[in-house]
Ligand binder design. Structure first.
Ligand SMILES: *Cc1c(COP(=O)(O)O)cnc(C)c1O
Length: 390
């Protein structure tokens, strides 16, 4: 089955859908049993998509878990109330007091905060590493290194990681690898084929795709699934059936949406690269991007999210740029149908293991599904405001 066809069928087995097209929303805390034998069967199979108690999920959740496994290639998938919970859940499932964690320096900022403000306090030793380290990560491994966390491309700055080089080293040392795979969604990168043990998604982004639900997933390979599942259950992580339903519906159009997001974003990226105010465009699908060969090797396409760095720009100029846009809304998150813009004055504040090479402000764009000509006109006007401000 080809990728687009798989998206249509994933998680839609007759046992979940019954006689309708979409798996219905099954809301439940209590599951009731007619016989003691049924209760016993459910108890014994409560981790294996057999209804047992609401926190373990209903058929709506099972359909989504199955769909994510089919698409990403994992052996099992746990659901979380948001992507940040999936990240904390995956990390805490494999780390304990006294362990060492290798965390990528370009990680999503709340992931860094989780490490510095919570994991460090639990007695977990954290070393940030250069996203472009590749196989040289072996030099950072200590006897107590338990987890290597990756995110590729990096949040905000889009460095590509050599995922298979890092997972190969991790396997030699029996270290668990966790990848924040949100940028790729479940279809642009095959994390388990690249040797990753756990793949995390903020389903809030492209899976849901309409900026109206918070949801997270973590999928694991066979070797790590039981531990992830049991820890997630012990921590009480779960998601609502309504949100699982919305994610399933979002999945059906994921591929066509991504194609349009990706195509428009490349147009905007190439347009920006020609602007005299722009120092560099941070988009891994551009041939000029330092990670382009890794991108070509490991990814089957791109999406609507990338950044660019201005040669220079005062706070006032950046404010003039991002305020007053007609189509780009100012705000966090991404992956919905709408275009978004955010600005970061000092990327170096988000780094500890590497030196950020640019001094100008960074602007991150999410290119939505509007007509790209309207978006280019919006950016053209933003540059005029920028150049008139001081
Ligand atoms: C948004 C995001 C998250 C967090 O997901 P939420 O659903 O907002 O909690 C994690 N990683 C990346 C790369 C993200 O963009």
């Amino acid at each position: 089955m080809k990728k687009d066809t798989r998206l249509i069928h994933a998680g839609r087995s007759k046992s979940y859908t019954g006689s309708v097209v979409n798996p219905p929303v099954v809301r439940a805390s209590t599951i009731v049993f007619d016989t003691f034998a049924q209760l016993k069967h459910a108890t014994q199979n409560r981790g294996n998509r057999v209804p047992f108690y609401g926190r373990r999920g209903t058929d709506t959740h099972f359909a989504l878990q199955e769909a994510i496994c089919e698409l990403e290639g994992g052996a099992g998938c746990a659901l979380y109330p948001c992507g940040a919970a999936a990240i904390s859940g995956a990390l805490l499932a494999f780390l304990k007091n006294g362990d060492h964690l290798l965390m990528v320096d370009s990680a999503y900022e709340p992931t860094r905060s989780l490490c510095d403000k919570l994991l460090a306090g639990l007695g977990i030793d954290i070393t940030y590493y250069d996203p472009q380290i590749g196989a040289a990560i072996s030099s950072l491994i200590k006897p107590n290194t338990r987890v290597i966390f990756l995110e590729s491309p990096g949040s905000l700055t889009f460095e590509m990681q050599d995922i298979p080089a890092i997972t190969a080293v991790a396997r030699q040392h029996n270290i668990v690898t966790i990848l924040d795979n949100t940028w790729a969604s479940p279809i642009l990168c095959k994390p388990f084929e690249l040797g990753v043990d756990i793949s995390v998604q903020s389903a809030t982004k492209y899976i849901v795709g309409h900026s109206d639900v918070m949801l997270g997933t973590a999928s694991a390979n066979e070797k790590h699934w039981l531990q992830l599942r049991e820890h997630s259950y012990l921590m009480g992580y779960c998601a609502s059936a309504d949100d699982a339903y919305t994610a399933l519906r979002g999945l059906r159009t994921l591929s066509v949406r991504l194609k349009q997001h990706g195509q428009s974003a490349l147009k905007v990226a190439n347009w920006l690269a020609q602007r005299p105010e722009v120092e560099t465009v941070l988009h891994p699908a551009l041939p000029t991007h330092p990670g382009n060969s890794l991108f070509q090797r490991d990814f089957s396409g791109s999406n609507g999210l990338f950044s660019f760095v201005l040669k220079q720009g005062s706070q006032q100029q950046v404010e003039a740029f991002v305020e007053g846009m007609a189509h780009f809304k100012m705000g966090f998150s991404w992956g919905g149908y709408e275009s978004l813009i955010t600005a970061t004055m000092k990327v170096q504040n988000l780094r500890s293991a590497t030196t950020w090479p640019y001094s100008g402000p960074l602007i991150r764009l999410h290119i939505g599904l509007e007509d790209v000509e309207d978006l280019l006109a919006d950016l053209e006007a933003a540059f005029s405001r920028f150049n008139q401000a001081s």
